[in-house]
Design a binder for this molecule. Structure first.
Ligand code: SF4
Ligand code: SF4
Length: 366
């Protein structure tokens, strides 16, 4: 069982595309954090030979650093007592609070760190600002540099917005220049993309793909998502079932209140009874999980006929709920964005495959 602890609704930033709901002063009590960790080791975890994954999320989880530390220690104790493998831990942060001391602490505790950073100054400042409107660029850049210097496992997550899409190559150059080797670009699926902006994305993905090809040719390939997963989905004939969100089975997010959700994206301000699937006090409502999974198992009819259905995110109930309001129906924008991403990934893969690039063959056809 993988469990995400939504440590706080509060955040020092106010990104205008934030999907995490209102910034309430509501942090997770220590007792809720402990019980959330225990949930990961409960009878819900059927395969006890697999390491449990505990993720820390928010809001800004580094506002609650002591909770991270106590949860990590508690998880380690439970794993040892239960004869289970060492758990793995990750935290997703906006990076502004990452100083050397914090980074060293996270490294000692064995956390993987994902820093949300949109790349170049213009892209970051367009959407990721402090509550008072000030730029977060310098603080995030400082935090990312510290993370890269002090931590073993660092990745970045960047959001592609319709109005900053042309900055995509510049943002990638900035991340590569900093030495980031694992980068995720996610389009804002909820934004209103115009035809012109979708065209701009298509054009921006070409230089992005070229830079990825160049990194393979240099012999030191970076990982750029969703390219890697789209390429793997082509080779494997679709996303493997184990990589798809189990939506309430095998993965849970816990809100500071103790309410349970299938995914951290759905916690928001913790006021949805429709998507809440239980509480730490009462456990998972299996009837509700079954109903949600049943709805997901009946994909939109257009998707059923589509050649790309194994490779696109139409199976992500969270994205579907957020974009179309229907758990099994992706919005037309999701459909277009996914097609563009798959097209660009296929162009990269075809180029590298045709030249039998050693690093590419090693990664995808070992
Ligand atoms: S840093 Fe994360 S939680 Fe905070 S406002 Fe931005 S997207 Fe939301
Ligand atoms: S969302 Fe679009 S691209 Fe994806 S499976 Fe459905 S029809 Fe195909």
């Amino acid at each position: 069982m993988n469990v995400t602890l939504f440590l706080t609704h509060q955040c020092n930033l106010r990104c205008d595309y934030c999907y995490n709901g209102e910034k309430l002063d509501r942090a997770m009590p220590d007792s809720v954090a402990r019980r959330s960790v225990e949930l990961a080791f409960s009878e819900l975890t059927t395969d006890r030979s697999e390491p449990v994954l505990i993720r820390f999320f928010g809001g800004e989880p580094l506002l609650e650093l002591p909770l991270i530390r106590s949860s990590v220690a508690h998880a380690r104790t439970l794993a040892a007592e239960g004869g289970m493998p060492e758990p793995t831990f990750s935290v997703t942060t906006n990076g502004t609070l990452l100083d050397s001391e914090t980074a060293a602490r996270l490294e000692r505790d064995g956390l993987s760190v994902a820093v949300s950073f949109d790349g170049c100054r213009e892209a970051q400042d367009a959407h990721r600002r402090y509550a008072n409107g000030a730029s977060s660029y310098d603080a995030t850049l400082r935090g990312l540099r510290v993370a890269l210097a002090e931590l073993t496992s660092v990745e970045t997550c960047s959001v592609i917005e319709p109005d900053t899409v042309s900055l995509l190559p510049e943002s990638l150059d900035e991340l590569l220049g900093l030495g980031v080797s694992a980068i995720t670009f996610t389009p804002n699926y909820e934004a209103p993309w115009s035809e012109g902006q979708l065209g701009a994305l298509e054009r921006a993905l070409d230089p992005l793909g070229d830079r990825l090809v160049a990194s393979y040719r240099s012999g030191q390939p970076v990982t750029i998502e969703p390219y890697d997963s789209k390429i793997r989905s082509h080779i494997g004939g679709g996303f493997p079932q184990r990589c798809r969100c189990p939506f309430g089975r095998g993965e849970l997010a816990v809100a500071p209140s103790g309410r349970l959700y299938p995914c951290d994206r759905l916690v928001r301000q913790d006021d949805s009874n429709e998507l809440c699937i239980g509480h730490l006090d009462t456990g998972v409502d299996q009837g509700k999980v079954k109903a949600l999974r049943g709805a997901l198992a009946e994909p939109d009819t257009e998707c059923q006929r589509c050649q790309l259905k194994g490779r696109c995110m139409h199976w992500c109930g969270c994205v579907n709920v957020m974009t179309s309001g229907q758990i099994s129906t992706p919005s037309p924008t999701v459909c277009r964005l996914e097609q563009l991403l798959i097209q660009s990934a296929d162009r990269v893969a075809a180029t590298l495959y045709a030249e039998s690039n050693p690093a590419f063959m090693q990664r995808f056809y070992p």
